[in-house]
Design a protein around this ligand. Sequence first.
Ligand code: HEC
Length: 509
Amino acid sequence: MNSIIPFSFLEIYAKKSTLGFQNTYKLFKIFITLILLSLIFVMIGCSIEDQDFIPPIEEPNSIFKILDKKKAVLNYRNHCGGCHGQDFGSFVERSWKYGSTPEAILKSIKVGYTKNGMPAYNASFSDEDLKDLTNYILSEIEGKTKKMLEANNPTLSGLIKSDDLSFRLETITDKIPGIPWAIEQLPNGELLITELGGKLFLIRNNKELVEISGVPLVVTEGQGGLLDVVVHPNFKNNSFVYLSYVIANPNNVSEKTTAVARAKLSGNKLTQVKKIFTALPYLSTDRHFGSRLLFDRKGYLYVSVGDRGHRDKYPQKLENSLGKIHRIQDDGKIPNDNPFYNRQGAISSIFTYGTRNPQGLTLHPVTGDLWEGEHGPQGGDEINILKAGKNYGWPVISYGVNYDGTSFTNITKKDGMEQPVYYWTPSIAPCGMAFASGDFYGKWENDLFVSSLKFEYLHRLKMNGNVVVGHEKLLNKIGRVRDVHRGTDGYMYIAVQGPSRIIRLVPEQ
Ligand code: HEC
């Protein structure tokens, strides 16, 4: 009996559960069938909808197929994105000047508009590359708006808006080891870059960085090192390059000064290196060497030299080379029409005096005047227009004070001493400077751009003739800006430190 009850109970349970299982199985089969059917319907539905959304393969808009997309992407990134925006910003919603058909665009890329800043790529790209690039650009801008791009691009990598012009930053190189100090563009578009530590680099038009050998030995202590570089106005025919740099006194290596050498650039080498200028005396301090170099329109070479930290001893006296701007011939000889050429005891290369630490020199693009920029002590950074034989007043007159806040002069003006065009208090630590010129930069034309080491930005002085009428702070916090250079191609280039970069300012087209 004991066993009957559980048996019958189990049997009933088993029957019930078998029945239950069979029912569930049937229901499950129906359920699965329904799901499969509905999936098929959905899939059919979707594919119909998809077909509605896919635009017909862009036959009318693309006469070529992209054969090598990887290459097109790379070509765009390396050759075009810097000027036209890596996000294709300058092409999105563009009113095309030379036509928007694939044929017209391909032609633009091939032939270029070199006078307006658009290089020609017929030599660098094959016809296949050009077709791929054209199609790649067209496919990337399809359906995009400027608004969409702006939402993605709030940083320095996108379009930068200044008061009067929108522009982009194109990094030409970020591979300079050390501190890039000066930029000079050759007539063929290649760039020479000095590096404070003593190296000279050439950046080829394909952005390859090449070190130039044969640079004279430089002393790299404190503010000293390899400083400026310029090429001869007739570089195309004579290949002459000029360097300013710091050298040691051959009789006492603890003393140094600023010197200038001329050399021929042949391939990746400097040859026939010859020292053509030495600022005397040699001193043991390692600051205020200057130094910029500049050719004027008559072919004279100007060399700026700082006071070496001895303001009371040198800048106001003509018997030494320190705290002065010098004027020499392209071979180092002294022109006999220099202002102090016949003055007894005076250094005959002196053009102007009374200068602290001049690290900016540039020609005005309209008047051809020489403009100079110099570091003040604490405040009193100055921009001056240089005139033969004039005294710029340092340290008798100044708008600055000592670094410890005490003053060393009460006067800012004096007869016989020149007033600056502009001064900064507090200091911005101005280094290289250049005027924008030509049609490239619209309302920036003839405005002066001054680099700021201290506040890490580019200062735009809005000019009306020789008068400063406004200011704009550009590229705030970009890094210490050492140099601004207007290239032979019309573009403005800047040298930035931390991290080291050479950057081209490309106006939005
Ligand atoms: C150094 C800057 C620079 C670089 C690099 C550059 N462009 Fe340009 N591009 C310009 C400028 C400036 C213009 C406007 C020329 C004009 O207005 O005549 C332009 C114009 C064009 C145009 C004609 C636009 C129109 O309105 O019809 C096309 C297409 C073009 N560029 C494509 C390219 C492609 C593709 C590359 C890369 C292979 C490239 N550009 C590289 C500066 C540049």
